[in-house]
Design a protein around this ligand. Sequence first.
Ligand code: SF4
Ligand code: SF4
Length: 356
Amino acid sequence: MNSSHTYNTCSLLNNSLTITTHAHIKPCCRFGYSKNGPHVDNMGVDNILLSETWKEYREKMKTDSLSQCSICYYAEENHNTSLRMTMNESNSYLGQEIDKIEGKLELLEVNISNLCNLQCRSCGPTCSTSWFDDAKLIDATIPFKLSQLNEYESKKIEFIKQLDLSNLKILKLLGGETFYPNALLRMFSMLDQKIKFENVSLLIYTNCTFFPLDEIIDKLLTFVKICLRLSLDATKELNDYIRSGSNWSTIEKVADRWIELAKHNHNLDVGVACTESILNTSNMNELESWTTKKQISLMKNKLIQPSFLRHDLFENGTEADKEKFKTVMKFLDKKYDITLEKINPMLWKFIYELEN
Ligand code: SF4
Ligand code: SF4
């Protein structure tokens, strides 16, 4: 084990599973994986957490570095808090006591579908179908054909249907945009046969571009605790710039409806999850003021990928990343008829000065 690493174990290797957009199975969202790694097509549902693959993960971490966990190692080497530090050090999460016993599935994270109406600048085709046409621009791979969207969603539902969820305490649901009704209602309907919602805490994300159907709200409120995270990176025009395809006035109206709902339902906690990148790092105070005014929490995560948008791009980024930044911004500025010069003149000036 590298001496700068904080632990040689991770509780998520014992008690957690993540099912990705394209149906790969991993211990957590940060875990790197290969194309040929565990997938719903090649993994039996008999306790995955006790499978040879998961045993090997745990053994490798005890004695060596587990290469798939490089995100956590990187955080620890840089004296930041890694996900495994958070999970190892806490015995409760989202209001639930966590046992962390090997083989007992307590946390399940599912990327329901990557169907999304936005093309956020920090995103890509793995998470958003709106990026499919422009995947080449960011050297990304399209996870599957658009026509296979329903097939992948169904595969995941069928797989989860067969898992032992008797110990489940935390369910995390992600998109794409999570609140598109068809996929979410199908997921809820399957889960209804498997778990008691009143015993499980739900962590769920939305891009806040529309308010869900009543049917979904009714179901949502049956979870013992719901942590709803609005994925927002800035306010006003900068929001519209970063989260291409969105409109701040709509977002604020939808956010207000969620906040109002939380006032009448104390099991609903509304907060903002923000990704800090080169595009918003100097404007954080505006989002902070907005969340303070709305009396909701703000959780900031520094962007790691794509590297051409990292918050310290101009101090520490590579020349290739700086070039990529300019190419991608120029392309999306034209596509969405919005310019960096207008939205963030200081950043634009900085780039312009670098060019000349
Ligand atoms: S060490 Fe980090 S990346 Fe690896 S399983 Fe734990 S939380 Fe996930
Ligand atoms: S809303 Fe989420 S999934 Fe959609 S493009 Fe933005 S970051 Fe990606």
